[in-house]
Design a binder for this molecule. Structure first.
Ligand SMILES: *Cc1c(COP(=O)(O)O)cnc(C)c1O
Length: 461
């Protein structure tokens, strides 16, 4: 296959993509495949000789679409959305065509500078103060790992990087139990250890208790531990918990701790001014991550981390061997020094395309619709005999359960997902098995959201 063939097949792929999206509503959101069946349909070894693209494309059509969970399905209400607008898909095609490694300014001047400008656009769009800069990572997990590593090294005066952790004081990181497991992963991978992630008690509204945070830090210092930082939760994955950052931040600041906000899902909503009270205080934190690839229509992967001062993170993550030195240039940014991998994709391009193709007003309108429709659905679900809300809507997420208990709730979600018209996932809240409902697909309509009520009523009989 050469570049002339690529022109032909790109057109085929574009036609295929249009048909795929046009008929998504007719497909079950989740496929019915038995584990191992796709693997078994593939040859045991790679071909020795070239195969025609006709055959490859035909196999793609025969094998793949029916064996995928359709994340762009307008009735995908599971996990959190990973919505992909057409403009972001187009930008990805162009980034793929260029195929650059965006590790240094020199290896990708336009990618680096568009990334800088997109971070600036988003900072303003989310209502964060001037002064924040930032970078684009693959995922919120990576951004949070970078923040936790920075907490570690800042607390150790950057000795951990050179001397390792043995012989250093025992570090402590603080977060509520509502924060995402990526925080647990980060403390594990950072060599801090799960036992040194102190889960702070929450108040009735599921926000971190500032008095409990202060007491934990005080006790840890008395015990000879070294507090390093606090991770705040803005829109927890389980039920959408929000820390009261403004209430807890002064505790962290009085102790000189580094602060990171995980707003992976809910951060996108902050393009609407009316939702910003939910993260009041974030504007004074050191680091904030949110995923435009969740709710803003920017195709996976795209996680934006804002930094009040990038230097502690660059000092932690940056490493410049001779072969990565850039000669004769100053005033440039080498974004690999802000993150874990050296090689980086050109992710800023899809942000640029999406923000321009829909405009902030177009994106706000979608988010506001999702929130309003989910709120309306919550009332309807609460009105179904035998069901009750367990947690109230937080932006576009609520949870509910069967009044007859966990077994009935589990049977209900299995029946709903077997039906196929909608897809929901579950979590545990205060020991109880509950069903999560969240909407955010780019093309989802009010009717799509209300379909959840229809399906629930039908399967409950
Ligand atoms: C989805 C999510 C994450 C993890 O996001 P990745 O980008 O997949 O690493 C972290 N925190 C919260 C609150 C999330 O919702």
């Amino acid at each position: 296959m050469n570049h002339d063939d690529l022109v032909k097949w790109s057109a085929r792929a574009a036609d295929w993509a249009r048909d795929y999206h046009a008929h998504l509503r007719d497909r079950p959101v989740r496929p019915t495949v038995t584990p191992g069946s796709i693997r078994a349909a593939l040859p045991q070894t790679a071909p020795e000789t070239a195969e025609p693209m006709e055959a490859i494309f035909a196999d793609f059509e025969a094998l793949v679409p029916d064996a995928m969970t359709h994340w762009q399905h307008p009735r995908f209400f599971a996990y959190f959305p990973a919505n992909a607008s057409p403009a972001s898909m187009l930008a990805e095609q162009l980034a793929n065509a260029i195929g650059a490694q965006c590790m240094l300014w020199q290896t990708s001047p336009a990618a680096t500078e568009i990334e800088e400008r997109m971070v600036q656009w988003l900072r303003a769009a989310l209502g964060l103060p001037e002064g924040f800069t930032g970078t684009i990572h693959d995922s919120a997990t990576t951004a949070t790992l970078c923040a936790v590593l920075t907490m570690r090294e800042r607390a150790l005066d950057w000795h951990g990087l050179t001397q390792g952790l043995s012989g250093q004081p025992r570090l402590r990181i603080y977060a509520s139990a509502q924060t995402h497991s990526s925080v647990d992963k980060a403390v594990r991978l950072a060599g801090i250890g799960q036992e040194n992630l102190v889960k702070i008690a929450v108040r009735d509204d599921l926000s971190m208790d500032p008095a409990a945070l202060a007491a934990a830090i005080r006790n840890d210092r008395a015990a000879g531990f070294l507090p390093g930082g606090v991770v705040f939760c803005t829109g927890g994955t389980s039920v959408g918990a929000f820390d009261d950052i403004a209430a807890s931040l002064p505790v962290a600041q009085a102790e000189g701790l580094y602060t990171h906000v995980d707003a992976a899902w809910a951060g996108s909503a902050m393009i609407c001014a009316e939702f910003r009270p939910l993260w009041a205080g974030a504007e004074a934190c050191d680091s904030i991550v949110f995923n435009p690839h969740k709710w803003l229509g920017v195709q996976f992967d795209c996680a934006v981390q804002f930094l009040r001062d990038p230097s502690p993170q660059i000092r932690t993550m940056g490493l410049r061997p001779d072969y990565l030195e850039t000669l004769e240039n100053t005033g440039i940014t080498d974004f690999n020094e802000w993150t874990v991998p050296l090689g980086r994709r050109f992710r800023a391009l899809k942000l640029w395309f999406v923000l321009r193709a829909y405009g902030l007003e177009g994106l706000r309108a979608r988010l506001r619709n999702h929130v309003a429709w989910v709120g309306e659905l919550a009332e309807r679900v609460a009105g179904i005999e035998g069901l009750e809300l367990v947690t109230e809507p937080q932006l576009a997420l609520f949870t509910f359960a069967h009044r007859d208990g966990d077994a009935a709730t589990e049977a209900l979600i299995q029946a709903v997902n077997a039906d196929g018209r909608v897809y929901l996932t579950q979590t545990r809240h205060e020991g109880r098995f509950v069903i999560r409902m969240t909407a955010g697909s780019f093309d989802c309509t009010r009717d799509d959201v209300m379909m959840v009520e229809t399906v629930l009523r039908e399967v409950l009989g």
